[in-house]
Design a protein around this ligand. Structure first.
Ligand code: BG6
Length: 511
């Protein structure tokens, strides 16, 4: 008999799990991600007593900082971006926080790091276990791993202290480069079980709750298929622009930045079959099947995708510039800041049910939502206009903000006549659980320390997601590039995206 592993989703509780003693080493320690997300998340875990008692943090970067400067900067980061700064807890946390200056290509720097880690092991009892977190630009991923490997800082063996490497996005910039990176990392430096490809969407409570909703309840799964579901819409709308990241975004665009990773993961979780266990391989085996079943609805990508770039406009009462006016963006840039696409899944459960995905920057508001739109009843009992205002049933999973779930269904309007109207039934996380969800990085860092890869992307998944996105990008390469902004900031994207879904007799949800 298969023995179920204890896990928070199945138990409906947060199961306390404490990692083994270890050192977390962050490469790119002076960067934005470290200050905004990684150190606040680690500190929060300390606050929640989820770090092992023997723990240390080492930052590695080129800048010439001392341990104290690093601590000061990180403290400022936690005060600004963290959720629970408590001076006494911070002081105890920072006593085991160190800084090691090195460029990423300098073998001497890795030798110094090795010595430093050995002395931390002696002082702190961290036992030689390491999580190396690569929070650098993608151009450094391979170089750092190679230097760690050549410097004797990686143990590939199944015995002895463990080494894990967390790799930030973007993992490659197309299928070929992702395959090449995987091959190089896995040839002789690392094993797949040591590679933690991060997608921070999987650390979001509401994203994990897609699995809880589907597989811990009996009432949703029976209708979670093409027999009952008419179509699915996945929206990731942002009101922000490129936020000073033009250097990266110009070469990426919306499809690489959000669709290849976060949106493909949402699609996989929504569409996957129930795994037999809640463990890394069982869950990822089901997700990869979804990605493999993706079918493109037409020969020309122009028929089932839309691209856009924001022009100037107004968001929340403030004027904002066009994408092409942002610092670092070429004045004639053809980079897309909006993308929408229709996909089909060629499998038993979903054959014929379209999945519409849209993402854009500088849309009117920040909202991520998965909406399952259901078919009409087979026979409408209420006639003569009684049900003419009735919309289709929709189950909406609000990933962020206002995290929650709502169901839209028909109800009788009170009164002597029979008249029906659509109403909402709402569940709000904040109200039900009385707390805001933890930051995604807390969960993911903890899982990396625990060696749990369930919420990390496996090699085949990242490559399959790139193969889908590369197909779209190749198709776009044969079309005319975006020649001018085609949606104003503060609007819901270009006309052609509305046309894309309208051609199927449907409309994007008004959010
Ligand atoms: C990142 C993208 O991966 O996700 C950003 O690079 C985007 O462009 C961000 O803004 C969105 O994350 P979240 O958690 O705010 O939805």
């Amino acid at each position: 008999m298969a023995v179920a592993q204890a896990n928070p989703l199945r138990a409906g509780l947060r199961v306390e799990r404490t990692p083994e003693p270890c050192v977390v080493v962050i490469f790119g320690a002076t960067g934005d991600l470290t200050r905004r997300k990684l150190v606040p998340a680690l500190y929060s875990l300390a606050h929640e007593r989820q770090l092992p008692p023997n723990f240390a943090l080492v930052g590695v970067a080129r800048r010439d900082w001392s341990d104290d400067e690093f601590r000061r900067e990180m403290r400022a980061g936690v005060e600004r971006f963290g959720r629970n700064m408590h001076p006494a807890i911070w002081e105890s946390f920072e006593r085991h926080t160190y800084y090691c200056q090195s460029s990423f290509d300098d073998p001497d720097g890795y030798a110094r790091l090795k010595e430093r880690l050995a002395s931390i092991d002696r002082e702190r009892g961290t036992g030689g276990n390491r999580v190396f977190y690569l929070a650098t630009g993608p151009e450094n991923f391979l170089e750092i791993t190679r230097n760690l490997s050549e410097g004797g800082l990686i143990n590939r063996a199944d015995t002895g202290p463990w080494t894990r490497v967390v790799i930030e996005k973007p993992f490659g910039h197309d299928l070929v480069s992702a395959q090449r990176l995987n091959r190089s990392l896995l040839s002789h430096m690392l094993r797949e079980r040591q590679v933690f490809r991060i997608d921070h969407y999987l650390g979001k409570e509401t994203v994990q709750n897609i699995l809880a909703l589907r597989f811990a309840n009996v009432i949703f799964e029976p209708v979670w298929n093409g027999t009952y579901v008419e179509h699915v819409q996945i929206t990731v709308a942002e009101s922000v622009g490129v936020e000073g990241r033009a250097g990266y975004y110009e070469g990426a665009g919306a499809i690489r930045d959000m669709v290849q990773n976060h949106m493909m993961q949402l699609l996989a979780l929504v569409a996957m079959e129930p795994p037999t266990h809640f463990d890394a391989d069982a869950v990822r085996d089901e997700k990869i099947k979804v990605l493999r079943s993706v079918e493109f609805p037409g020969r020309s990508v122009g028929e089932w995708t839309a691209r856009g770039q924001y022009g100037p406009g107004t968001i929340a009462g403030a004027s904002v510039p066009a994408y092409r006016q942002e610092t670092g963006v070429a004045p004639d840039s053809g980079t897309e800041t909006y993308v929408s696409l229709k996909l089909l899944l060629n499998n038993w459960r979903w054959a014929g049910t379209p999945f519409y995905l849209r993402h854009g920057k500088r849309l009117p508001k920040r909202i991520t939502e998965v909406a399952i739109a259901f078919k009409k009843v087979p026979h409408m009992l209420f006639r003569d206009g009684a049900a003419s205002n009735l919309e289709q049933n929709v189950l909406a999973l609000r990933i962020q903000p206002d995290e929650g779930i709502s169901i839209r269904f028909g109800a009788k309007v009170p009164g002597a006549n029979v008249r029906l109207r659509s109403v909402n039934m709402d569940f709000l996380y904040g109200v039900a659980f009385g707390a805001d969800p933890a930051d995604a990085y807390e969960r993911l860092l903890l899982d990396a320390m625990l060696g749990d890869q369930t919420l990390f992307i496996r090699r085949d998944e990242v490559e399959q997601a790139w193969s889908i996105v590369s197909h779209v990008m190749d198709g776009w390469g044969k079309l005319l590039p975006i020649s001018s902004p085609n949606y104003a900031s503060g609007t819901w994207g270009p006309e052609e995206s509305d046309d894309l879904i309208r051609r199927d007799g449907r409309a994007w949800r008004r959010l």
